[in-house]
Write a protein that binds this ligand. Structure first.
Ligand code: NAD
Ligand code: TYD
Length: 348
């Protein structure tokens, strides 16, 4: 049985990738390798845990010993690499954690792959990256696979750096790589420090809905399950050395998005129309806040026939419903150090 290592499988996107792969490919064994930081949660994968083709290994990609152990325990043929520090605001207050997890961790992981794989061209190393490496757009234009890297936050600089290392290992050592750069994901099981789940949680709790700056920054939203289907396609059918952009062609200003979310929440909670929106509070802008991200996903659509499965309207309603139905999950994941982070980020 072939064994694939998925790093960061206990996180938001990783858990959707793990679930999809384990269910779709029963003849392949998937090992979820995750450090279980504040952002990782095994409760998220409770429905997958008992599957015969799934294993969990608690480990840190920065630890050579942990990686050596997982490679000695399992005959790993390929890697889908999602483990990372992922929140821009945390990268602003503490960049070094991002250098360590995202840059050092990725290089360490590829070195252990090199030590274990005699012919690197026969093993896939798939790096999951972000559109934020391309920088910030003005009112016009889209990020293409050929757009030059121009990272502007410590988070995107760390992801860009790790992408460069992945490409360098392809050119230097012949590692069979794929890289995909996707836009902002949304859906179930996202840690409530990110915009959409934070707003849903605060709306329900009657707290402020904190909008950075003028609220006119634009993000291109991607349904997380559509991202997982793209990862599946790129892993199985993508070409060695290639980059694929993944996005929903789905641009919203933060303000419009929060207005739409507020309408759904009013309706779901039986509040008067316009009630939730009163919770909006404009606060100090994020340092270096990128203005606009938008993806051209035509390469993926044409070459691998990928397309999004649902509209943003549908996805947003499903997301609100999931958070309303799973408030215990939210309470559990925010019960630890998140309270301290939240106080510092929003109340100091
Ligand atoms: P997340 O923060 O929800 O989850 C990250 C996971 O990685 C967690 O389970 C955490 O425990 C694990 N992890 C962190 N450091 C680790 C380490 N040193 N060793 C092992 N495991 C470690 O992140 P996410 O939103 O699911 O993002 C997954 C990947 O997708 C990341 O590489 C991120 O850069 C990329 N990405 C995310 C988005 C998005 O909108 N969320 C967009 C573009 C790209
Ligand atoms: P976020 O979810 O942090 O993703 P990213 O920074 O990777 O795009 O933020 C999405 C957008 O929402 C971004 O423009 C910043 C904005 N934002 C707020 O206005 N208020 C908030 O409390 C947060 C977390 C984000």
């Amino acid at each position: 049985m072939k064994t694939i290592l998925i790093t960061g499988g206990a996180g938001f996107i990783g858990s959707h990738v793990v679930r999809r792969m384990v269910n779709r490919y029963p003849e392949t064994h998937f090992v979820n390798f995750d450090k279980l930081t504040y952002a990782g949660n095994l409760e998220t994968l409770a429905d997958v845990e008992s599957k015969a083709n799934y294993s969990f290994f608690k480990g840190d990609i920065c630890s050579e010993a942990d990686l050596k152990e997982v490679f000695s325990k399992f005959d790993i043929s390929d890697v889908i690499h999602l483990a990372a520090e992922s929140h821009v605001d945390r990268s602003i207050s503490g960049p070094m954690d991002f250098v360590l997890a995202n840059v050092v961790g990725t290089v360490n992981l590829m070195n252990v792959c090199r030590a274990n794989w005699s012919d690197l061209s026969k093993h896939i190393f798939y790096q999951i990256s972000t559109d934020e490496v391309y920088g910030s757009l003005g009112v016009e234009g889209l990020f293409e696979e050929t757009t030059s890297y121009d990272p502007r936050s410590p988070y995107s600089a760390s992801k860009a750096s790790s992408d460069h290392f992945v490409r360098a290992y392809h050119h230097t050592y012949g590692l069979n790589i794929r890289i995909s750069n996707c836009s902002n994901n949304y859906g179930s099981h996202q840690f409530p420090e990110k915009l959409i789940p934070l707003m849903i949680h605060n709306a329900v709790e009657g707290k402020d809905l904190p909008i950075y700056g003028d609220g006119l920054n634009i993000r291109d939203w991607l349904w997380v399950e559509d991202h997982a289907s793209a990862i599946d396609l790129i892993f199985h059918e993508g070409r060695d050395g290639e980059t694929y952009n993944i996005g929903g062609l789905n641009e919203w200003t933060n303000l419009d998005l929060i207005k739409r979310l507020s309408e759904i929440i009013d309706q779901r909670l039986g509040r008067e129309k316009g009630e939730t929106i009163k919770q909006i509070k404009f606060i100090k802008d994020r340092a270096g806040h990128d203005r606009r991200y938008a993806i051209d996903a035509s390469k993926l659509e044409q070459e691998l026939k990928w397309k999004p499965s649902i509209t943003f309207e549908e996805g947003l309603e499903k997301t609100v419903d999931w958070y309303l139905d799973n408030q215990d999950w939210v309470k559990n994941v925010i019960s630890g150090e998140y309270q301290t982070y939240y106080e510092k980020q929003y109340n100091s």
